[in-house]
Ligand binder design. Structure first.
Ligand SMILES: [Zn+2]
Length: 114
């Protein structure tokens, strides 16, 4: 366990959560759609990276958390859609397949982009 990483983990997590919230606060759907993938990739890289680094030198835990972080990153970056009609973020229903329709307004989300 890396004591420094552990000490800054929650402040960093909190800052990213609040920062992302403010970044998307009252933005239009097109803005959300344009930035959602980059912001979530950034957040997951930082938070997941810290968690993975904290497992060193426990290598089995390192492998498990690295795989978990990569999977969550893949789901949230490539399998999550932002609705252009209402701005709602839709996660995959079954964790692996991106949703085809918006959960909130029912708009078609299969446009090939995020
Ligand atoms: Zn919608």
């Amino acid at each position: 366990m890396n004591e420094t990483l552990w000490a800054i983990y929650f402040p960093v997590w909190f800052a990213l959560a609040i920062g992302s919230l403010l970044f998307f606060w009252r933005r239009d759907p097109a803005f959300k759609k344009r930035w959602y993938r980059r912001v979530s990739a950034f957040n997951i890289a930082i938070i997941g990276g810290m968690i993975v680094l904290m497992t060193i030198p426990n290598w089995p835990a390192f492998a498990i958390f690295l795989a978990g972080t990569l999977f969550i990153g893949w789901v949230s970056v490539f399998q999550t859609r932002v609705c252009l009609a209402c701005g709602k973020v839709s996660q995959p229903d079954n964790l692996v397949t991106a949703p085809s329709f918006c959960r909130k307004c029912g708009a078609n989300l299969d446009d090939g982009a995020t």
